[in-house]
Design a protein around this ligand. Structure first.
Ligand SMILES: [Zn+2]
Length: 117
């Protein structure tokens, strides 16, 4: 199993543990270029395992640091592709929270290597 699959599995099992988490009732809008749109909850987005883990990008940390070196953090998008139920085109939606942020939000235990993978 590669790292992406491990992360995906980790998210799916965390979703299982967070079924009652109110935060996951927030919605994401899927909008097609034909004008069709639908809303799904964070839970629906992540729990079905339909999402894909995107390519991580490096970005400068938003936290002010006193170190001399610029700190960069990794941001990995989570994306969902769904067929538009109106025109049949594929709608690709990016989850509003990056992989690096959603995992600690869902995890109640101490952090482990996955967060830093
Ligand atoms: Zn459409």
């Amino acid at each position: 199993m590669n790292l992406k699959e491990q992360m995906k599995d980790a998210i799916i099992s965390l979703m299982d543990q967070n079924k009652k988490n109110k935060f996951l009732k927030n919605t994401v809008e899927l909008r097609c270029k034909c004008g069709f749109s639908e809303k799904i909850t964070y839970f629906d987005f992540l729990s079905g395992g339909e999402f894909e883990i995107g390519k991580p990008t490096r970005t400068v940390s938003p936290f002010i640091s006193e170190s001399i070196y610029e700190e960069t953090i990794s941001v990995t998008p989570l994306m969902l592709s769904r067929k538009c139920s109106s025109c049949g085109e594929i709608i690709v939606t990016v989850f509003p929270i990056s992989l690096e942020n959603i995992i600690p939000m869902l995890r109640s235990g101490p952090p482990d290597l996955l967060m830093y993978g």
